[in-house]
Design a protein around this ligand. Structure first.
Ligand SMILES: C[C@@H]1N[C@@H](c2nc3ccccc3[nH]2)[C@H](O)[C@@H]1O
Length: 449
């Protein structure tokens, strides 16, 4: 391997209790809320066709006019408890919340800039309200923080001149101070979700990103930080020059889901997903297709079946209310999770050959495999092919506990027969009680006595 000072300091998964809990979440919620929520993806009658939280970068919006939106931000009826209860009902185990997005506006009263919630009519500490409300509902909180800060005079996209480096040194100290502030003000924080780290200025700051990560973990032992923070000394991000992940989990799955287990390279990972095709902040007109609840449930199953977590993004309006479609998605996902969450929480990759009917998940540490079924074949027979080290002892519908008959086939496969005459109108789960079997020794030639 290439000798690196600031590459990965660990190979393989983090195996402590905090990370084990993270690994078992299954389903999470992302919330993007900020000044962009006021503009709703449009300006002076024109609709922005980019992601709504990026509207400041649109040529139609003069920076000076965007930057005074803090004077308008006043979600008087905002109710963090209502948010947390909606999330609880939905069945999410963790929240990632935007403290500062690329526009640099801080939803907490930071001491290191005036561009904060204190400069708005609302004044109160939104980050605190959210952290306290979600923690009270038993949902772990992770804080999203954009390194890239369009509002800060010392932010640089690249370091070309001495002046750039002097300014960016001030910016790095500002960043370290803000992160220290967040972890000290909100000690319930389980982790930090970094974004806006793709520019050359950050790629050239590998040593700093390494010392920053170590510093933050010294403030909060067990803190969970994904692969978007670090760069190695050669400017590599996510994986270092030796191809080793830098961070506690892979954070590259933004609006995309791995196809196969090979794609995750044995790392922990989560997928963060918009309900529209793109756009994280509230937009009056969303971008293209709006994912149905069944699509979101299938994405959740797909992620958990490949050993990851699925995080659904919500973009509340400037007043803190959610659009009706998001409320419906949350409610319907919650109704499904109420019945089927056994197949999602604390489950992992089963390693069985994927079949057309849907996805396998395996309960961590137990001899239980779940079949999450989305496609019922006209034959009513679901083919399974357990891995060679297990046999299936029993197959049961999770909802209603009805036992299903199975029929052995060749090559270690079986058919699971769905009850005749029963029509399934929602994704459903079959529980397989399995038993480990000793690997059959290959019948080789008898040893000569
Ligand atoms: C989690 C997501 N990450 C931000 C983002 N900015 C991008 C610029 C280019 C490509 C992908 C991006 N994702 C989005 O604004 C959102 O916060």
């Amino acid at each position: 391997p290439i000798p690196l000072q600031h590459g990965a300091h660990r190979t393989g998964k983090r195996m402590d209790a905090d990370m084990a809990k993270w690994r078992g979440y299954g389903l999470g919620q992302f919330i993007h809320w900020g000044l962009y929520s006021i503009l709703e993806g449009k300006y002076k009658g024109k609709y922005y066709n980019g992601a709504a939280e990026w509207i400041r970068s649109w040529k139609e919006v003069p920076n000076a006019e965007y930057d005074v939106l803090n004077k308008q931000f006043n979600p008087a009826t905002f109710n963090a408890t209502a948010w947390a209860k909606m999330a609880k009902q939905m069945g999410v185990k963790y929240l990632t919340f935007t403290t500062k997005h690329h526009d640099g506006f801080c939803l907490w009263p930071s001491k290191y800039t005036d561009y904060t919630i204190e400069s708005s009519p609302y004044k109160k500490d939104i980050v605190k309200e959210v952290v306290d409300a979600y923690t009270k509902e038993g949902i772990d909180v992770y804080l999203y923080f954009s390194i890239m800060d369009w509002h800060h005079p010392d932010w640089r996209y690249d370091l070309k001149t001495k002046e750039d480096s002097i300014a960016f040194d001030r910016f790095k100290l500002f960043t370290k101070n803000q992160l220290t502030e967040l972890l000290q003000r909100y000690p319930q924080t389980k982790g930090l979700w970094f974004d806006g780290t793709w520019d050359n200025s950050w790629k050239k700051s590998g040593a700093f990103t390494d010392s920053l990560e170590q510093y933050l973990k010294s403030l909060v032992p067990g803190l969970i930080i994904g692969s978007r923070l670090r760069a190695d000394e050669k400017g590599n991000r996510h994986v270092d020059a030796n191809g080793v992940l830098m961070g506690d989990y892979e954070q590259g799955w933004e609006r995309k889901i791995p196809k196969t287990y090979a794609d995750v390279h044995g790392n922990d990972w989560d997928c963060v997903m918009t309900i529209p095709e793109n756009g994280w902040g509230y937009a009056e007109k969303w971008m293209g297709h709006w994912k149905t609840t069944n699509e979101l449930i299938e994405m959740t199953a797909q992620c958990v079946s490949l050993g990851g977590n699925f995080v659904v993004n919500f973009g509340p309006k400037a007043d803190g209310s959610f659009r009706k479609e998001e409320i419906a998605n949350a409610k319907e996902i919650g109704e499904w999770m109420k019945i089927n969450s056994d197949a999602i929480y604390n489950c992992e990759y089963a390693g069985w050959e994927k079949q057309d009917w849907g996805y396998y998940t395996k309960k961590r540490g137990e001899d239980k495999v779940y079949m999450i079924v989305f496609n019922v074949p006209l034959s009513g027979s679901l083919k399974i092919k357990p891995s060679a080290n297990y046999v299936v002892e029993k197959a049961t519908l999770l909802e209603g506990k009805q036992q299903l008959s199975t029929e052995k086939l060749d090559y270690g496969a079986s058919f699971i027969q769905l009850p005749k005459g029963k029509t399934f109108v929602k994704p459903f789960v079959i529980v397989l009680d399995i038993k480990p079997v000793k690997q059959q020794e290959e019948a080789g030639p008898k040893a000569k006595t």
